[in-house]
Ligand binder design. Structure first.
Ligand code: NA7
Length: 470
């Protein structure tokens, strides 16, 4: 998503000598890799679109993953950047040598560039749980991000481990197809009620005829998202978060009839502390007669199923690990070496960081899109990447204009940014008492802890005094 955007914007800015390296044989990132049944984005489609490429064809308010994938492919084609992508080129090493970046690929080839833009995504390394006996299972077992479409599901006994966004979408999509569905829940999740109406043919025709109608929806949804959610995450006391919590509570009370099941599904932390799950149909799905919610901890996996700590064996034919991702990878496992041999792996030993989520001291002319501690939980990552790219372009212009040859955040700016960020993170909703993938090893949220308005303001113009230019 961000690589395609970067290519389109680079060309617009008059840069023509660039190449996109892609490890796979197809573009699309998250939407290429995640193909599980029920996959959709939790940001409304007219907002989860490039600002420069509105799409009148979105089928639903929250359109399915396959449509999103097709959208990225179509945009890349339409803007003529698909031809700039070199596929099956996994970058294994980037090193700053003699004032330029040497980029090495797994197939032994290499390239040299003045700038590297790492558009490598956030959640792309599946986390396999450390559960005893996983390899003993005789049925089919795979991670949600590595869905095996060859495995039949109809009439079979399906187990799902995890209750994040992926698991909730999978359960809702498959419960009617399978004979039995068992959901293994370690932590209950708040579910925000959403509606997901389809756009009618008349509405789509109107969007085609009057693109400003899409722009209007985008502006409305964007404002509502920022004011009702994104800005509020920074303030645990905000009335918006209270309202979201109340809506989730009401959703649980009114949707789940059996009091015992309702209590099992009731989280013991504030809504939006973990990533808020949006679902129109999960509660309905989990109350179906063939669905079972297991809250007893998993002891181990055996040949025929999952045994819980109470000694019960839950027999299964297929086991899905909807257990999330290694969230601290970013550009890694790529080996990135900056000035004077400084290795990203070494300086990120305690956890990844970047000034404004974009630049790392001593890594000149190396910029990240959706890098560490950005607004990953706050907003549409497309908007985030576009804003970040506009910021990066201004730094690149510093070099193009001849003002300097190398630019990266200064160490002093990095330190004060990070100290301020960690301090601010204490009063965000993510610090309000739950475990989640937003937290680092010290329990500090790895996210932009201020309002989205502040992010937009910061991205509009780099504070050049915070950069070291040589
Ligand atoms: P998430 O949101 O990281 O969810 C992973 C789920 O897996 C979560 O419920 C975890 O429980 C559970 N989990 C992880 N390891 C285990 C083990 N060992 N045993 C039991 N349960 C486990 O990943 P998703 O793929 O759903 O969503 C990722 C993001 O994609 C999402 O936030 C959106 O941004 C889109 P826990 O809550 O840690 O107790």
């Amino acid at each position: 998503m961000s690589g395609i955007m970067a290519a389109i914007k680079l060309r617009e800015a008059g840069f023509h000598d660039f190449t996109i390296y892609e490890k796979a044989d197809r573009l699309g990132g998250t939407w290429r890799e995640n193909t599980y049944p029920g996959i959709a984005c939790d940001v409304p489609s007219h907002l989860y679109s490039y600002s420069f490429a509105p799409n009148p064809e979105w089928s639903h308010r929250f359109s399915p993953g396959s449509e999103i994938q097709a959208y990225f492919e179509a945009v890349a084609r339409r803007h003529g950047v698909d031809g700039r992508i070199q596929y099956r080129k996994e970058v294994t090493r980037c090193a700053f040598e003699d004032g330029r970046w040497k980029v090495e690929m797994a197939d032994g080839t290499s390239d040299v560039g003045d700038f590297v833009i790492a558009a490598t995504g956030v959640l792309h390394h599946p986390a396999t749980p450390d559960i005893e006996g996983l390899d003993d299972f005789e049925g089919a077992c795979f991670h949600s991000a590595r869905w095996d479409h060859a495995v039949p599901l109809a009439g079979r006994r399906l187990g799902v481990i995890g209750t994040g966004s992926s698991a909730i979408q999978i359960v809702s999509a498959l419960v009617e197809q399978v004979a039995e569905l068992t959901l293994f829940q370690r932590t209950a999740q708040w579910i925000a009620p959403v509606e997901n109406p389809a756009y009618s043919e008349a509405e789509k025709a109107e969007f085609r005829r009057r693109p400003e109608a899409m722009a209007q929806i985008r502006a409305q949804v964007s404002r509502a998202f920022i004011e009702g959610f994104a800005n509020a995450l920074a303030d645990v006391q905000s009335p918006q978060l209270e309202a979201i919590h109340a809506a989730c509570e009401t959703n649980l009370e009114t949707s789940v009839k059996d009091p015992e099941l309702r209590e099992k599904l009731r989280p013991n932390y504030r809504a939006a502390c973990k990533r808020l799950i949006m679902s129109a149909d999960f509660y309905e799905a989990i109350q179906r007669p063939n669905a079972r919610l297991v809250t007893e901890a998993i002891a181990r996996v055996e040949e025929s199923g999952v045994r819980t700590r109470d000694g019960r064996l839950h027999e299964l034919d297929v086991l899905v690990l909807a257990t999330g991702f290694c969230v601290d990878r970013f550009v890694r496992p790529m080996q990135v070496t900056g000035r004077d041999g400084t290795r990203l792996d070494d300086i990120w030993k305690e956890g990844p960081f970047a000034y404004m989520a974009i630049s790392v001291p001593d890594f000149p002319n190396f910029f990240m899109l959706n890098g560490p501690n950005g607004p990953v939980g706050n907003f549409s990552l497309i908007d985030v990447a576009e804003l970040q790219f506009a910021y990066i372009l201004q730094l690149v212009e510093q070099v193009r204009s001849g003002a300097c040859r190398e630019v990266s955040a200064s160490r002093m700016a990095m330190e004060s940014f990070e100290a301020e960020r960690r301090e601010a993170a204490r009063t965000t909703i993510w610090s309000s008492g739950c475990t989640s993938w937003y937290l680092d090893a010290q329990g500090v949220p790895m996210a932009w802890p201020w309002t989205f308005d502040r992010f937009r303001e910061e991205m509009s113009k780099p504070r050049l005094a915070d950069f070291e230019a040589r």
